[in-house]
Design a protein around this ligand. Structure first.
Ligand code: HEC
Length: 240
């Protein structure tokens, strides 16, 4: 290759590298807002599966807080939480039993929680949802996958002070640090709960990492063996 060719390659290769570097590391399209969990409660969000002094996990406590404080407006279908007004309807139990299936997550079967298909739930809860829409301007979203969509920092700041993050929203502030000393802790527990619905516990995570490594190792070993086989084959056919 002559000098000009080398220069051309370097320029083309370099600009491709710079292009992808900019796109991936200094992504100009990513959100500029930055939300963080307060340092004093970060530990709570970090490990939802840790046992508390009450013998429950942080996620379980967060779930209880969610049911009492949030389920008047929000459902969380992936974990069998439906609007309070729906759960109090005596007919709902039958719908859960006939149209739903018990929640099975991370090796545990919850016989008292049911996953009911979205269309069945939404037609059963039609009036309840429309009432919420009439008073709040919109139907509060189901929060089954909100952790994946928004991340922990956003959720923490939003639940702690909805007006600050989404000015004009009709979602009320349920935990005010001015009046409730444990407000931040409670919000952190709820975020930990939302996280636990969308992410596997550490043991499961480790299992998946090992599976990933094994699968890649399998491909590498098989690839090497095939390569060797090909060499032998070519030799036998007289190409070497
Ligand atoms: C009085 C009804 C009401 C209650 C109670 C309520 N919310 Fe909301 N929530 C809303 C409404 C309405 C929205 C839609 C907000 C918007 O887009 O303006 C919302 C939106 C949200 C969102 C989505 C925000 C986004 O950016 O998409 C999250 C997360 C959330 N609520 C969490 C909670 C949690 C956790 C609780 C309990 C601590 C709770 N909410 C209690 C009405 C409520």
């Amino acid at each position: 290759m002559n000098t000009w060719g080398i220069i051309k390659n370097v320029i083309i290769g370099g600009s491709v590298l710079v292009f992808f570097f900019i796109l991936w590391f200094y992504n100009p399209f990513k959100h500029v807002e930055h939300y963080e969990v307060d340092k004093e409660v970060q530990k709570i969000v970090d490990n939802p599966w840790k046992k508390t002094i009450h013998g429950k996990t942080i996620a379980e406590e967060g779930r209880e807080l969610f049911v009492t404080n949030c389920s008047s407006c929000h459902s969380l279908r992936y974990d069998g939480i439906y609007l309070m007004s729906v759960q109090m309807n005596p007919k709902w139990k039958n719908v859960e039993k006939s149209a739903g299936r018990p929640i099975y997550r991370h090796g545990k079967l919850y016989k008292d929680r049911f996953f009911v298909p979205k269309d069945v739930y939404e037609s059963f809860a039609y009036d309840d949802l429309q009432n919420l829409k009439a008073s709040l301007g919109q139907i509060p979203p189901d929060l089954s996958t909100i952790y994946l969509a928004r991340g922990e920092g956003y959720l923490y700041q939003f639940i702690l002070n909805p007006q600050k993050v989404l000015p004009g929203t009709t979602m009320p502030q349920l935990f005010n640090p001015q009046y409730d000393k444990q407000a931040k802790e409670k919000v952190a527990k709820i975020v930990a709960y939302l996280k636990s619905v969308n992410t596997p516990p550490p043991k499961e995570q480790a299992k998946r990492t090992i599976m990933g490594i094994l699968v890649i190792a399998y491909f590498i070993v098989m690839g090497a063996l095939l390569w060797k086989y090909r060499e032998n084959l070519l030799k036998r056919l007289g190409y070497h």
